[in-house]
Ligand binder design. Structure first.
Ligand code: SF4
Length: 264
């Protein structure tokens, strides 16, 4: 099987065999827009098949697998938003990793970037455990939620502009549903920084006229109604960035500690 059938018992699977499936971008917009709860939205995200290239890729990776995980079953489906249902902190990445989220079914779980991210979230009080290895491992987020701008693992980690546009309604609806509690949005890396702006706009956040350039620690006020919200830039804890020292553990902690002070 090239993916986990919805509702077949995978820990945390939000979908059932009856969850409606989006087959094209118009379906995504309609199904996202009519999702009234996070549970409904994440279920629909997790069975989406709107981008043929990404569906083929995620399922091929799940079939071929990496040697280190050859005995594992891969999730092989879109990776939905995950974490607290009433978060004050929203963390946005670009897309799941082929052998990380696409394998475990949980965003940033089971890959090196996630090791850095969750260790920092734990040190800063946002995560119950310092590691996040697989669905059902006991990890939980406290006051935080993580999502990817594009929900399917893309070849070479590069979704096309069309794929980003197709997936946008899933993120926009999720950002809208958590707006009553969110105070801080952390964008992990320049691609996530670019991708989150249209979602915030669509979800009713007030954006400045000109878009500030991405940088580590850059802060932008993006209020929602009368509620203050801050968009915060953070270098991505990718292997390249952590190997080269462009991102260090204290730098990540600085961001999530700052998020804590902005969230109260
Ligand atoms: S990238 Fe988004 S829109 Fe495209 S198939 Fe995956 S979940 Fe659906």
């Amino acid at each position: 099987m090239s993916f986990v059938p919805p509702g077949s018992g995978w820990p945390g699977d939000p979908a059932t065999a009856g969850t409606p499936v989006a087959h094209d971008p118009a379906d995504v917009r309609r199904l996202a827009g009519t999702s009234s709860t996070l549970a409904e939205l994440t279920a629909r995200q997790s069975v989406c098949r709107a981008c043929p290239r990404l569906v083929d890729w995620r399922e091929e990776v799940a079939t071929v697998r990496r040697r280190a995980f050859a005995d594992e079953t891969y999730w092989g489906r879109p990776v939905p938003g995950w974490g607290d249902e009433r978060p004050s902190l929203l963390i946005v990445g670009l897309a799941p990793a082929a052998h990380g989220g696409n394998r475990t079914g949980r965003i940033f779980t089971g890959d090196r970037s996630g090791d850095w991210l969750f260790a920092s979230l734990h040190r800063c009080g946002w995560a119950a455990q310092e590691t996040s290895t697989h669905a059902g491992d006991g990890q939980a987020l406290r006051g935080a939620r993580v999502l990817a701008a594009v929900r399917c693992a893309p070849p070479a980690n590069k979704p096309t502009p069309q794929e980003r546009a197709a997936c946008l309604p899933w993120m926009a609806r999720e950002v809208a549903l958590v707006a009553p509690t969110v105070r801080v949005v952390v964008a992990l890396g320049g691609f996530a920084w670019q991708a989150v702006w249209p979602a915030l706009r669509e979800a009713g956040y007030a954006l400045p006229r000109s878009r500030p350039a991405f940088g580590h620690g850059v802060e932008v006020a993006v209020p929602h109604g009368d509620r203050p919200v801050t968009l915060l830039g953070c270098y991505h804890p990718s292997q390249q960035n952590t190997f080269t020292g462009r991102v260090t553990a204290p730098m990540l902690d600085e961001i999530f500690t700052r998020a804590r002070s902005l969230a109260v």
